[in-house]
Design a protein around this ligand. Structure first.
Ligand code: SAH
Length: 231
């Protein structure tokens, strides 16, 4: 079974509309929709915004459905000239950019206990996502680090800081929390994000304008991914 998590309804509703033999279960305030897509078993969920909601959803999905892998799909702000609006970024690794115990001598983003800063994405899942994203509508797909935090990044200053600290090429609010949860449960995962804005002074306007198209592009990549996934 393939698990698909998006933060917002607009990122998941297209995929849900394609699911056959649908069944639904509400757990801890989140609706899980399972069934088949192209003959493959899938389960989807809209987790809500931010790292806590995302981690709760991923843990619940793992415990209730035991998925073989989890994909986090949706939109993101670009931190790199290499990814423009409606291009896609596939994570090779993820970081929680607002995790900060540097005052105690830890590096930025350090997760104490696990003692890591970066969560690497599964290689098979990520390379298949890249292959699927590369075939979509003339837009570019790139692979790189994604930084997640509990804030909508909307200034050059904040953007430059995340790039300087973590060398990330996109920012969003859920991916690293899902990565962290999957890492602890030894579940392979991947993150695919279509760029809705450039995380700068215009990002609130770009986000509003491009969210529907970016979400649709990400959903189409997921549809292709499920079709091609063989594990
Ligand atoms: N109240 C709004 C909040 C949206 S937050 C709502 O519910 O619609 C923005 C969402 O898009 C998050 O899920 C995040 O992962 C992603 N995102 C897109 N651009 C972003 C940016 N520049 N910074 C952080 N997250 C961004």
């Amino acid at each position: 079974m393939i698990g698909i998590i998006g933060a917002m309804k607009i990122e998941i509703e297209k995929i849900d509309s394609l699911i056959q033999n649908k069944s639904e279960k509400q757990i801890a305030g989140t609706l899980f929709v399972s069934g088949t897509l192209n003959g493959k078993e899938i389960v989807t969920a809209v987790c809500g915004i931010g790292k806590v909601a995302a981690a709760m959803c991923a843990q619940t999905m793992i415990m209730a459905y035991s998925p073989d892998c989890i994909i986090n799909t949706g939109v993101a702000g670009s931190l790199s000239d290499k990814a423009g609006i409606l291009d896609t970024v596939i994570a090779d690794s993820l970081v929680e950019h607002d995790m900060d115990t540097t005052a105690l001598g830890d590096p930025p983003g350090f997760i104490s206990g696990i003692d890591t800063v970066y969560f690497p994405a599964d290689k098979y899942v990520s390379s298949l996502l890249f292959e699927c994203a590369s075939g979509i509508g003339g837009f570019k797909a790139i692979t790189g680090r994604i930084a997640s935090g509990d804030q909508f990044v909307a200034s050059a200053e904040k953007k430059d800081k995340i790039v300087a600290q973590f060398d990330a090429c996109a920012c969003e609010m859920e991916g690293a929390a899902i990565a962290h949860t999957c890492f602890c449960n030894k579940v392979p995962f991947g993150v695919i994000r279509a760029i809705s804005d450039c995380a700068d002074g215009s990002s609130h306007m770009d986000y509003a304008q491009f969210l529907p198209q970016a979400a649709a592009a990400a959903a189409e990549i997921i549809r292709l991914f499920v079709e091609k996934y063989e594990k």
